[in-house]
Design a protein around this ligand. Sequence first.
Ligand code: CU
Length: 107
Amino acid sequence: MKLGSTLTFTNLDTGIDAWHTSPAVPIRASEETGADFPVSDGTTSTGRSVDLDSGQLGYGVPGISGVRNNAQWSVNVNSSDGYQPGEIVTFFCRVHPGMRGVFRVVQ
Ligand SMILES: [Cu+2]
C-alpha cells in the first residue's frame, strides 16, 4: 500500500449472507509464515499498535445481527496515523480465520 492511500475492504459475499470482518483483529506483522501466522497481538512489524477492526461487514437485522449493515470499510494508510514505509501489517477475518491478508507500506 502506498503511503497516503486508502485501503478498502469489501465483502463480496453479501448476497449469500456471509459476514466477514476484514480485517477483524489487528495482528502482528510478520514475514514468517506457519501455523501461528498471523499472530493476533495487535502490532505491526515495527511493533506499533494498530486498531484495525472493521466489525462484521454485511447486512442483517439492525440491533440483532451485530453486523454493520455496510459491505465496505476503509483504512487510511498515512503517516499521520503512524504508518511508515517498510511497515508490514497482517490481518485476518474473525469469522473465517483462514481468510488472511497482509500489506506492506511503500513510499
Ligand atoms: Cu470472512
